[in-house]
Design a protein around this ligand. Structure first.
Ligand code: SAM
Ligand code: DTB
Ligand code: SF4
Length: 349
């Protein structure tokens, strides 16, 4: 029974994903949590810290983004940071407990000169013993290979939403451009980090469409960030309606079910979320977060607040992507089966 639920599939159908969304909340969370336990330690969360190494004036028109040059937002634009600035920030992140350092740049794509500068930054971070991740826009295959040779561990490039909704959000690059970059990253051997944003006014079907795209890639991304839109003043999405947090939690749960072995990241938007919503996301299968008081430009919870939340929930920051001992988890699952049988028998009587 359990192997059925945890086998990795790349042929999910839209109606299957919609059916999952339509399950009663408790049934969906139970299913997701069970798959979570079979594949991961449910009390460990991987922790990464972000740094914007080049901020603002981006040529793209992503409607959610504070860094797009198309909108009048309140961010401070910044040139490319120096290697010293990167080192100071990465060291601070390591001391605060982050195991991965992610660097982002507001570029449509890096020039070859930009890429050489990013490679130097990767080397600085690797020298500190941290895992590295970068998100610097579209990549050609030779550029991805160059990053692999430099020792990059993860590349983040989001699909953001469904192919159908995409044109409402971004017009300056296509969905296919994004898929091409993901293919270049995958072919180079770098771990793929790709996800999207919820709460941009998309429908449930669009959320299902995003998950379907990610889960039906030839290989599941190692990391899937699910962001809740942070509504940025001056962007076209500034006044979009709030998404119901239960729909956000459901999406996390379904990501966990479709991609059992992936690290599902409870990503941007935690500052606006209460602790109970975050706890349900962790229960539903989220097992990584961004840690540190700023994301790229927007606010993230204070590190003390995150530490306190982890303490309340008995969650430990995971320093390595260690895999779970499967025999331990079949014991746990046997226990769950017994509990379910007992409660079913009780409800019959
Ligand atoms: N410029 C590069 C690119 O777009 O490929 C990398 C940086 S970009 C800021 C990384 C991701 O951050 C976006 O793809 C988007 O998913 C997320 N993001 C940006 N602004 C956001 C917002 N206001 N709320 C939630 N997520 C956001
Ligand atoms: C991702 O999916 N979310 C992060 C990371 N990947 C690069 C970025 C969130 C950005 C939120 C808006 C900001 O800080 O400017
Ligand atoms: Fe530029 Fe990336 Fe922001 Fe789009 S998401 S505007 S590409 S920085």
């Amino acid at each position: 029974m359990h192997s059925e639920t945890t086998s990795t599939r790349n042929d999910w159908k839209k109606h299957e994903v919609i059916d999952l969304y339509q399950l009663p909340f408790n049934d969906l969370l139970y299913l997701a949590h069970r798959i979570f336990r079979e594949n991961h330690d449910p009390n460990k969360v991987q922790v990464s810290t972000l740094l914007s190494v080049k901020t603002g004036s981006c040529s793209e028109d992503c409607s959610y983004c504070p860094q797009s040059g198309h909108y009048d937002t309140e961010i401070e634009k910044e040139r490319l940071l120096s290697l010293d600035e990167v080192k100071i920030n990465a060291k601070a992140a390591r001391e605060a407990g982050a195991s991965r350092f992610c660097m982002g740049a507001a570029w449509r794509n890096p020039s070859d000169k930009n890429l050489d500068q990013v490679i130097k930054m990767i080397e600085v971070v690797k020298d500190l013993g941290m895992e590295t991740c970068v998100t610097v826009g579209m990549l050609t295959e030779p550029q991805a290979q160059k990053l692999k040779t430099a020792g990059l561990d993860y590349y983040n490039h989001n699909l953001d939403t469904s192919p159908e909704f995409y044109g409402n959000v971004i017009t300056t690059r296509t969905y296919q451009d994004r898929l091409d970059t993901l293919e270049h990253v995958r072919n180079s051997g770098i771990n793929v980090c790709s996800g999207g944003i919820l709460g941009m006014g998309e429908s449930r079907e669009d959320r299902a469409g995003l998950l379907l795209q990610l889960a039906n890639l030839p290989q599941h991304p190692e990391s899937v960030p699910i962001n809740m839109l942070i509504k940025i003043k001056g962007t076209p999405l500034e006044h979009v309606d709030d998404l119901d947090p239960f729909e956000f939690i459901r999406t996390i749960a379904i990501a966990r079910i479709l991609m059992p072995k992936t690290y599902v990241r409870l990503s941007a938007g935690r500052e606006e979320m209460n602790e109970q919503t975050q706890a349900l996301c962790f229960f539903a299968g989220a097992n990584s977060i961004f840690y540190g008081e700023t994301l790229l430009t927007a606010k993230n919870p204070e590190t003390e607040k995150d530490r306190a939340l982890f303490n309340k929930l008995g969650i430990q920051a995971d320093s390595v992507n260690d895999s779970v001992n499967p025999s331990l988890h079949s014991e746990v699952n046997a226990e769950i089966d017994t509990q379910v049988a007992v409660s079913q028998a009780a409800s019959i009587n």
